[in-house]
Design a protein around this ligand. Structure first.
Ligand code: IMP
Length: 428
């Protein structure tokens, strides 16, 4: 049986998954996205070119890799077409290599309007800090059995009826808050205009994936966001509306449980979070500034400054178990180069007692006191190092500390954004 890989972020997203997926893609026949939508932002740097992918798997950069957007993803058809055009501009071919699951649900333009209205006008102070890409509202409609699947495009008559029903429900809400209502004919006509283009990519991806499995082609499952943004296991309600964790692979692709998948957990050498929600190891003042500026911690999708803090090993222990992580890829270690002391969180104290597991309740997380271990910094550049032996001793200690605490091996250390700026400790 062939071995397959899942690349999953173990923090709150932005761990640097894009580069690692891109790195592994050279050995991979087929790359599959299984959840989320164009809220993700995977930056891939190749030489002097920078490509930011939001919806399409990073594997597309490699000429012969097949890429699949699975049924668990929510697809904004307009963004999809825009992204394809951008790729074509880079000379990257998409036809015959990129497939959209017929069972994936659409994000329609009003979903992002709803996202904004709910955040700004209804939640207000309690807002989640979403990307406003309509992700939550689209998943809501999917679960509410009023969503529009891409397969509806096969049958325009059926599509029209489904849009009419969905719009009827949406308009009840809009009328209730005195907003102008939606015109279902317009939504239908607009989507019909790009129907042919979309149909070129829509496929029964279940069959493609099963065929790859039969052929023993190595499959790479590309997670978006991170484990702590999982709708069930994350810091609810400050989460995304999908399952970035390993379970999402099974429901989001139909791969079947008899498939061997090695989970590669991506961990940034410190922690960041975009949007609202608890963040126990958030740094303050100069430390946060150094992390943000050195790490260029600004959202790839929204440009928002990311909140920055110390590595939280206590939450990582939870994420490692939750996903059954086989090995860890540690990214952006060079961002810590200038610190004299580096803090790592090894536990949470709540009401005077140490907790035995990561709490998902945001009201507890807001009150926990992180317990830190202080490690010696290395105060020399690790940028671009490719050989582990060239790493300063304290950076090696940092890596070893992480491995010991998480009882999981670090297989790759990333020392810069370029593909080449990588230390491979264990070949995949
Ligand atoms: P949504 O996915 O747009 O609904 O946003 C929900 C939460 O997930 C917000 O805190 C977002 O900032 C966060 N989020 C969504 N996508 C990403 C991502 O790709 N990286 C980091 N955070 C994300």
């Amino acid at each position: 049986m062939s071995k397959n890989y899942a690349v999953i972020g173990l923090q709150w997203g932005d761990e640097g998954k894009g580069k690692i997926v891109d790195l592994l893609s050279e050995k991979i026949k087929i790359t599959v996205r299984y959840q989320g939508g164009h809220n993700a932002g995977h930056t891939v740097i190749i030489g002097d070119k920078k490509i930011v992918l939001h919806l399409i798997p990073s594997g597309i950069i490699h000429g012969d890799t097949k890429c699949i957007i699975g049924n668990g993803v929510v697809v904004d058809p307009y963004s999809f077409i825009k992204e394809i055009k951008e790729l074509h501009g880079f000379g990257i071919k998409t036809k015959g290599r990129l497939f959209l699951s017929k069972d994936a649900h659409m994000i329609l333009p009003f979903h992002s309007e709803f996202d904004s209205i709910i955040e700004e006008e209804i939640r207000g102070e309690q807002k989640i800090g979403t990307t406003k890409r309509g992700i939550g509202p689209s998943y809501e409609d999917k679960a509410g059995r009023r969503g529009i699947k891409l397969s509806s495009l096969y049958n325009p008559e059926y599509l029209k009826k489904e849009i009419d029903y969905l719009v009827k429900i949406k308009n009840i809400f809009l009328k209730g808050i005195n907003k102008s209502t939606l015109d279902s004919n317009k939504i239908y006509e607009d989507i019909m205009e790009i129907r042919d283009e979309l149909l070129e990519y829509i496929a029964d991806t279940f069959l493609i994936i099963q065929k790859a499995k039969e052929n023993e082609d190595t499959i790479l499952f590309e997670g978006a966001q991170g484990a702590l943004l999982d709708i069930d296991f994350g810091t609810y309600p400050y989460v995304s509306s999908s399952h970035p964790t390993v379970g999402g692979i099974y429901t989001g692709t139909g791969i079947g449980a008899d498939t061997e998948i090695d989970v590669v957990g991506i961990v940034k050498a410190y922690t960041t979070r975009v949007g609202k929600g608890p963040f126990p190891t958030e740094a303050k003042g100069e430390d946060e500034k150094i992390l943000r500026e050195r790490g260029k911690e600004y959202g790839a999708t929204t440009g928002r400054p990311r909140r920055c803090g110390w590595l939280d090993l206590f939450s990582l222990k939870y994420s490692v178990k939750l996903n059954g992580v086989k090995s860890i890829v540690l990214t952006k270690i060079d961002i810590l180069d200038s610190f004299e002391k580096i803090k790592v969180c090894i536990g949470y104290k709540y009401k005077g007692k140490m907790l035995d597991n990561f709490p998902t309740e945001s009201w507890i997380l807001d009150r926990v006191e992180p317990v830190y271990e202080e490690l010696e910094g290395w105060r020399t550049s690790t940028y671009g190092i490719t050989d582990y032996d060239d790493m300063p001793a304290n950076a090696k200690n940092y890596i070893r500390y992480i491995e010991d605490f998480l009882k999981t091996a670090v297989s790759i250390v990333s020392t810069g954004p370029d593909r080449k700026e990588t230390i491979i400790l264990k070949e995949f």
